[in-house]
Design a protein around this ligand. Sequence first.
Ligand code: GLA
Length: 380
Amino acid sequence: MPELKAKFAELFGSTPELMAQAPGRVNLVGEHVDFLDGFVLPFAIEDVTTVAISRTVQPTIRIASLQQTDEIFVVQMKDLAPMTGEAWTRYPIGVIWAMRDSLDFRGGFDILIDGKVPLGAGLSSSAALECAIATALNHLFNLNISEPVLARIAQKGENVYVGMPCGIMDQSVSIMGRKGSALLLDCRDLSTEHIPFNISPLGLELLVIDTQVHHALVDGGYAERRASCEKAVAVLGITSLRDISVADFVARKSELDETTYIRAFHGVTEMQRVLDGVAALKAGDFKEFGQIITASHISLRDNYTVSCPELNVAVDTALSLGALGSRMIGGGYGGSAIALIRADQTENMKKAIASAFAAAGFIAPRFFTSLPSAGAQIVK
Ligand code: GLA
């Protein structure tokens, strides 16, 4: 990290006390169910956000990014309070705010960020940033906060300080991801199981297709759908959508209005798909696993209605070329799709998807591949 250290010294006139990094994520299956106490199966990607940080005597946070070096944002510690607006600095500052009571500290911080998780690609660059800060503070103050609690703190920063009602998936996998495995996360109690996802020796690859679009509506649509699912829980008088089987839920259809039913139907079936997907992976049945992730896409497209034309073209093209499975990931309305493909198909697949985008008049997509990688850690 010599570039980060050098720039830190240039901006703040000192060497950073500590550096920490945290990854973005892809989600294999389990979409829009983390806020419903559901199961999800994401993995941490290779791309990370790194933060260099020092404590200062002055009770001021100074914060800058290698990607936008000309600007240093300054906030007084005493002024920390949930913010509105668009500033990216809300994400790191929100975590400091969420941890402030644990810090027993009258000073401030100098922070420089190097964000290598592609922005706006639906790969959780914001969670990576939050979790890098949370990990750095945990070590800097010897807090010994456990991984699940640290994930909850990062989520609280985003929920309350930034005002985005996200679930717990992105922060959990950014902190608890392990190399070589997908993370089966039970979002009710944050218990985990690491599910090996060693696809390279099988000649498989996970292609990430970034549509490069981010349609408006995303935040309002997210909250509105979440509210529908919570309404279903209330009307049915259950503790969570995960406490009702698909058959029992379908049998009670008449108790719900149409929109509430169809949104919650996605939730109930998606949780089952995660469990079925894990069983398929454990059995080494990637064909079955592929079909499960495609079924997830269809439900997100038709029931939960958070897909968009670009995501659908990416998925349909990948499937038409023989992908084992393909789906949109993350919040939806843009961002990325994944396709589980044979590694020898990668170049053809990229060309075909790029051509399909051009033919539809969409902006050109970006492509990544990633294997499951490590969660947040201190950088030596
Ligand atoms: C966003 C949120 C997550 C999760 C996904 C959808 O990434 O941050 O908590 O809800 O959308 O699965």
